[in-house]
Design a protein around this ligand. Sequence first.
Ligand SMILES: NC(=O)c1ccc[n+]([C@@H]2O[C@H](COP(=O)([O-])OP(=O)(O)OC[C@H]3O[C@@H](n4cnc5c(N)ncnc54)[C@H](OP(=O)(O)O)[C@@H]3O)[C@@H](O)[C@H]2O)c1
Length: 336
Amino acid sequence: MKAVGVKNGKGNADALFIEDGVPDPVPTSNRILVRIKAFGLNRMDIMQREDRYPYPLLPESGKIMGVEFSGIVENKGPDCSGDFQVGDKVFGLAYGGAYAQKIAVSEKMLMHLPSTLSFEEAAGIPETSFTAIQAVHLVGNLQPGQSVLIHAGASGVGQSAIQIAKVGGASTIFTTAGSDEKCDLCRSLGADFAVNYRSGEDFSEVVKRETNGRGVDLIVDLVGRDYFHRNMSSAAMDSRMVLVAALSGSKVDDFDLRALLNKRIWLMATTLRTRAADYQGQLRDLFSEKILPHIKSGEVKTTVDKVFPWTQVSDAHKRLESNVNAGKIICLVNDD
Ligand SMILES: NC(=O)c1ccc[n+]([C@@H]2O[C@H](COP(=O)([O-])OP(=O)(O)OC[C@H]3O[C@@H](n4cnc5c(N)ncnc54)[C@H](OP(=O)(O)O)[C@@H]3O)[C@@H](O)[C@H]2O)c1
């Protein structure tokens, strides 16, 4: 088969190329072989491309990038017990290997493609939605009637988290984003307050004002260093903060642990790709039960920023690196 390779093993976006003669994956045990139609891009792909991925990759990850895809079932391993049949349209999560014509993944990480979704829409759903449902519900334990602050609201994870919080009955959703257009998008997805951090407005002041000084019950943070102190002032008593990424940096100056003690803040962090297949299967089931019906009905939106043919994967990576995207960047895979 063909797959996206990186010239000399690591490099910038221009180092990406379509490599021929890559061995086909084999669907052993409970794995399903899928002919890929589309894959979604994620920031971890950039780190993997540059050979600076921050966590040890599992053996299942392999060398090929890509953790989410859509496609058609081509073959099944001998131990498959689910209801996937050859020819079914599916989408799913992977430890790696989605930048290719074929992938073999555990049946626990696959879902049937709803008829209302295209291959390109579905390919960008699993990574951000599973991460968001993990942050909002499984780890963040959002309860109906609670308030939430979601940073980088127009990012893939952010957009998904806003909508998951809305469906989950959040009372007030605060968010931050880097332009007025992105803030409008966040509001259209259900945010009650969207703060353009480039306008000079301070999100912690907005939270303080709108909650009468109480703060929010849950913070989903993707930004890290630049927002840490203001997150502490935005947190309510007995609140939770779930750290999903540290886009602005990971080292926080002058952090006094008393900030946590004073308000009994639970500070948690979580990752998806490093999780066992059973855990990811649990997220898939949670997503399928709580969110997929709302995606099918159109109530929860999946925003595709731009679709590229996979022969232009370098341009797709450059767009992701430029931060201009609002939603998922997708590549369509050719069969030939
Ligand atoms: N823990 C996990 O398991 C997990 C899973 C998936 C993703 N992630 C991480 O979550 C982050 C978001 O992923 P994504 O796919 O949703 O990203 P995305 O759709 O590409 O969006 C990222 C957005 O973050 C904002 N941003 C970037 N740098 C910033 C900064 N210094 N301060 C404030 N905002 C900044 C930018 O929007 P603005 O214009 O609004 O600034 C950018 O467009 C990435 O770091 C990714 O690696 C973690």
